[in-house]
Ligand binder design. Sequence first.
Ligand SMILES: C[S@@+](CC[C@H](N)C(=O)[O-])C[C@H]1O[C@@H](n2cnc3c(N)ncnc32)[C@H](O)[C@@H]1O
Length: 221
Amino acid sequence: MRLRKKWWAKPELEKDHKVLFTPAEYKGKWKEFFGNDHPIHLELGCGRGRFINQLATMNTNINYIALDAHNELLVHVLRKANEAHLKNIKIIPINIENIGGIFAQDEIEKIYINFCNPWPNKRHHKRRLTHPNFLRLYQTFAKHGSEIWFKTDDQLLFTDSLGYFEGAGFNELYRTYDLYQSDFHGNIVTEYEERFCKQGIKIKFSRFKINTYNILADAKK
Ligand SMILES: C[S@@+](CC[C@H](N)C(=O)[O-])C[C@H]1O[C@@H](n2cnc3c(N)ncnc32)[C@H](O)[C@@H]1O
């Protein structure tokens, strides 16, 4: 995604305690940091944050962490959270390739990935947030049996991702190739989703249970 650089974005983020530029400091201590024992859910590639802010507003007994690589987008996440006076949301500016080392095993209880870049060229598949290399990173901090929810407009990315999830030993709980004609209720529409829907593109959605046994077994070797 090409974004115009906004000189004020980083200083605005740096001023707010919701935004964490050195997140590894909180590894293993996230619940302490939130000040309660509530489960922690992540959104990877949150963009402007409509989805995670809506979730955080609806579920005050869950803590949310929004991650994205672009400060220019994260300022919008922050402004929305502050307008709604949300206490259960934190923001991490990061390239998700570097997410290892930020959370301890079992610290995260749900992961959302919405409309991540499809990277259609085979040479770039490794950059997809659902690629097996990324799944291995997520397995190092997700609680065994917790869920990953994935939405996309892109058929090829969806098909490949179903294979990636199965390959990682995740168990499929739900799949639809047309979310709006499905029996799934309670969908929260993201900024990109709204755009795709207006173009008549069907939204693909799946939920998988995350298996961490292989990672735990590797760690014991
Ligand atoms: C197409 S946008 C979707 C944004 C939002 N989830 C939505 O549905 O409206 C993809 C987002 O993922 C972020 N992203 C993609 N790869 C990333 C990575 N490796 N690390 C951090 N953010 C990433 C981009 O910066 C962008 O905000």
